[in-house]
Design a protein around this ligand. Structure first.
Ligand SMILES: C[S@@+](CC[C@H](N)C(=O)[O-])C[C@H]1O[C@@H](n2cnc3c(N)ncnc32)[C@H](O)[C@@H]1O
Length: 264
């Protein structure tokens, strides 16, 4: 089946009937809920956070934000039909219509955290001859960096078409000023592989993000304050990461897909 991103622009693809079909599918409900839970698990947020959900759709990811940790959230999406379905479902979040490729239109430091589930791969597409994916990615990540408070966190689960798309996304996030990296769950199975871009907007210690069971591709994947970790903590962390649930690739390392060698 052809990917939605290559079928039509998102606001056309997610029309009234597609939005209803998407939202009522129990398979999709389950997948979106489990990926949102995984994103929150990686972010290890305290309760009662103010969160932006980018590409919120009909609110499947947003519902999890409400259930987990009593967060308050705002959802942004380009599809009027998806937002209308969210309204019909009476979701808790406030909703607004916007194209993330034009930037994240909020005051500096507005959010404690941002999530985006299955949406940012759309930015890699040129829907018109005037659209420039590189510029849209840059505008998105630059404005996202500003919208998150200093030390705030971002988790974007996305479906890259290929390694080039992943590299472009990592490069745009890095150039905006973020630190962090890419967690790849289920690396061994192409079908089940999931990509989570985990970012922080300040120099936050690695312990602020939950990397339990994640293999670290490069030691400086998440910038660590000097002297913040004891030897005992270091050994514990190394043992934890060997449990190998996923793999973390640093923002400043070249993404080379499965051929990449894991270094410690
Ligand atoms: C697969 S749906 C995911 C919806 C929701 N996050 C969930 O968990 O069910 C992807 C959403 O991204 C939105 N989207 C795609 N491109 C966008 C853009 N440029 N700006 C804002 N939203 C966009 C689509 O309209 C769609 O609602």
């Amino acid at each position: 089946m052809s990917r939605p991103e290559y079928t039509a622009p998102p606001e056309v693809f997610y029309n009234e009937s597609e939005s209803r079909k998407y939202t009522s599918s129990s398979r999709i409900q389950h997948i979106q809920a489990s990926m949102t839970l995984r994103a929150l698990d990686l972010l290890a947020l305290p309760p009662n956070q103010f969160i932006l959900d980018i590409g919120c759709g009909s609110g499947l990811s947003g519902e999890i934000l409400t259930k987990e940790g009593s967060n308050v959230w705002i959802g942004m999406d380009i599809s009027p039909s998806m937002l209308a379905t969210a309204l019909d479902r009476d979701v808790e979040g406030d909703l607004f219509l916007a194209d993330m490729g034009n930037g994240v239109p909020f005051r500096a430091g507005s959010f404690d955290a941002v999530i985006s589930i299955s949406a940012i791969q759309w930015l890699c597409n040129a829907d018109t001859s005037a659209a420039d994916p590189k510029r849209r990615l840059a505008r998105f990540f630059d404005s996202l960096y500003s919208a998150v408070r200093r030390g705030g966190k971002v988790a974007c689960q996305f479906y890259p078409k290929n390694d080039e798309q992943t590299s472009s996304i990592l490069a745009a996030a890095k150039s905006a000023g973020f630190s962090g990296g890419l967690v790849v769950d289920g690396e061994e199975s192409r079908k089940n592989r999931k990509y989570y871009l985990i970012l922080t907007s300040g120099s936050v210690g690695a312990d602020d993000i939950n990397l339990d069971g994640v293999t670290v591709d490069k030691q400086k994947a998440v910038h660590r304050k000097k002297g913040a970790e004891t030897r005992k903590d270091y050994i514990k962390r190394k043992k934890d990461v060997m449990r190998k649930r996923g793999k973390l690739v640093a923002l400043d390392s070249k993404f080379t897909g499965r051929k990449r060698k894991t270094k410690f």
